[in-house]
Design a protein around this ligand. Structure first.
Ligand SMILES: NC(=O)c1ccc[n+]([C@@H]2O[C@H](COP(=O)([O-])OP(=O)(O)OC[C@H]3O[C@@H](n4cnc5c(N)ncnc54)[C@H](OP(=O)(O)O)[C@@H]3O)[C@@H](O)[C@H]2O)c1
Length: 316
């Protein structure tokens, strides 16, 4: 049995991604072997492939390197001492974050403690969409301890993180405003948000008295959004590259502000899978690419206009 994996052969354009064949790994003590059904594709994978950010810096002497942090699939072997799952269980996980990666694989060994059981009513596609993006959304909102009735502005509500953040904020009974292009206005309205078309005018011309800003864009859009905030507002800025600048500017204006790095938590993923299973959370998947078309998947993420998530089908 062969294990096909996608590797970053060197840093560069999407065509540096290649399929490599290796042996199927054996699970060690406390690990399980997962036959991966779907791997999630995230902007960090694309940035790392391009040689940008700390995951690239840390792995520059470690190429070829297998990216990917989101997986769903089926347990097909148990290592010694692994007894949380049985063979055949459907699982999902946020694995190898941030330095190890490994999700773009047909078979991967994972510590059983890193995995969540996928309920029967949740598809493996939805399960692979949630780990990194869903937990980023949940942790950003935990960070600001959103209260009933607060006005929250989420920049980029249609993206992988944004569409989950919008739904969690709506469920928390906040008044949710979010920015998107014209093509996503209806979609975000159906999730319960007031959708603001950033192509029409800047958000600062359209909104005021905001209590909480969740910034998923950074740069000039985030600087402009600071003008919408009321005194003592809270800011969480997610894109790491501009976080220092946004936090500095926000603090100068008297707001509390923080960047963040998502922290994998299987318990939190359990809770999100449960929310999906009872219909409280809906995962949007724009497209599933066969793993052999990983280059197209990266090109799509690089457009910056993906609605919801992009997945790789690892078994086709
Ligand atoms: N710090 C961390 O731990 C962490 C974790 C996860 C993600 N991130 C970062 O957070 C960012 C968002 O991640 P993601 O997975 O949600 O990305 P994504 O899915 O690629 O985001 C795409 C979305 O961005 C929207 N968008 C593009 N330009 C916009 C603008 N000017 N204003 C408003 N919306 C805009 C698009 O909507 P339209 O098509 O409608 O324009 C699209 O739906 C990325 O930079 C990612 O690297 C950081």
């Amino acid at each position: 049995m062969k294990n096909r994996q996608i590797v970053i052969t060197k840093f560069g354009q999407p065509d540096v991604l290649a399929v490599r064949e290796s042996l199927v790994p054996q699970p060690q003590i406390g690990e399980v072997l997962v036959k991966v059904a779907y791997a999630g594709v995230n902007p960090i994978d694309v940035k790392t492939r391009a040689g940008l950010g700390w995951a690239a810096a840390q792995n520059k002497d470690n190429l070829p390197w297998v990216p990917g942090y989101d997986i769903s699939g089926e347990i097909i072997a148990l290592g010694e001492g692994s007894d949380r799952f049985i063979i055949g269980d459907k699982v999902a996980g946020f694995i190898g974050f941030p330095l190890q990666g490994g999700g773009y694989s047909q078979y991967v060994c994972v510590p059983e403690s890193a995995l969540s059981f996928v309920p029967e009513s949740v598809t493996l596609e939805a399960a692979a969409s949630l780990p990194l993006a869903g937990q980023t959304a949940a942790q950003a909102l935990e960070n600001v301890a959103l209260k009933d009735g607060e006005r929250v502005l989420i920049l980029a509500g249609a993206g992988g993180v944004g569409h989950i953040a919008v739904q969690i904020a709506v469920a928390a009974k906040a008044e949710v405003f979010t920015t998107c292009s014209e093509s996503n206005l209806d979609y975000l309205a159906t999730l319960g948000a007031h959708a603001i078309n950033y192509q029409f005018a800047s958000v600062s011309e359209r909104l005021e008295d905001v209590d909480v800003l969740i910034d998923l864009i950074g740069g000039d859009a985030a600087l402009d959004a600071l003008k919408c905030l009321k005194d003592h507002a809270k800011v969480v800025t997610i894109p790491t590259m501009s976080a220092e600048l946004i936090c500095e500017k926000a603090k100068l204006l008297g707001f509390s502000a923080t960047g963040m790095l998502v922290d994998p938590s299987p318990e939190q993923l359990d809770a999100m899978l449960y929310m999906v299973s009872i219909g409280l959370l809906k995962v949007e998947i724009q497209h599933i690419y066969p793993y052999t078309q990983v280059i197209d998947a990266h090109i799509q993420i690089e457009t910056g206009h993906t609605r919801g998530k992009i997945l790789l089908d690892m078994q086709c």
